[in-house]
Write a protein that binds this ligand. Sequence first.
Ligand SMILES: Nc1nc2c(ncn2[C@@H]2O[C@H](COP(=O)(O)OP(=O)(O)OP(=O)(O)O)[C@@H](O)[C@H]2O)c(=O)[nH]1
Ligand SMILES: [Mg+2]
Length: 191
Amino acid sequence: MDRQPGHLTRNVRDVVENITWLKVVAVGNASVGKTCLIKHFCESKFSQCYHATVGVDYGFKVQNIKGIPIRVHLWDLSGDEQYYDVRTELYGGADACFLVFDVTNQQSFKNLETWLKEIGKFGALASKIVIVGNKADLRANRSSISTTEARKWATARKLPYFETSALSGDGVATMFNELLESVPEKRTRQT
Ligand SMILES: Nc1nc2c(ncn2[C@@H]2O[C@H](COP(=O)(O)OP(=O)(O)OP(=O)(O)O)[C@@H](O)[C@H]2O)c(=O)[nH]1
Ligand SMILES: [Mg+2]
């Protein structure tokens, strides 16, 4: 078939133009595992090394949700206080937000309230929000926040609660699928 370079066939163009997209942001204290969760979701990979996110990282995946291919743009915000200004620029227009703590780190659990305030202040409270207790694989060896306590905290704020391990992958797909499926049907956006 005679095809110009860079030209899409009609069928392919129809599919591409009908793909909708979602903006998802990850928040929570430094080192709770936001980057690892995104990496697991996008690439099914895990790294033991900690490379703190400098300002923001980004992940992308096309995910079938209710039979529709959705382009999921994941904005992975640094949990470090010094990047507050960077984060405040990135909350706007979020469709979904996952707020992560480390189940073995009390401070990261205590700070959830502060994170919710930040999310609210910069206009992302209207997005779908879930609370994620990550590093569930470490629960057995360290003192930790119990599932009951974390779920109680989330339920009191009418937020769903999920537990994950970016290391083993347990709960990661469930969390992302349920979060993405909870976003109301999208108006189609052209990108
Ligand atoms: N055992 C275990 N380790 C994890 C898990 N998730 C992340 N880690 C480790 O925790 C460390 C921090 O993970 P990151 O994903 O970089 O943390 P982050 O939340 O993105 O941190 P910032 O970018 O600084 O905000 C790394 O050493 C990871 O290997 C998990 O589920 N289980
Ligand atoms: Mg990170």
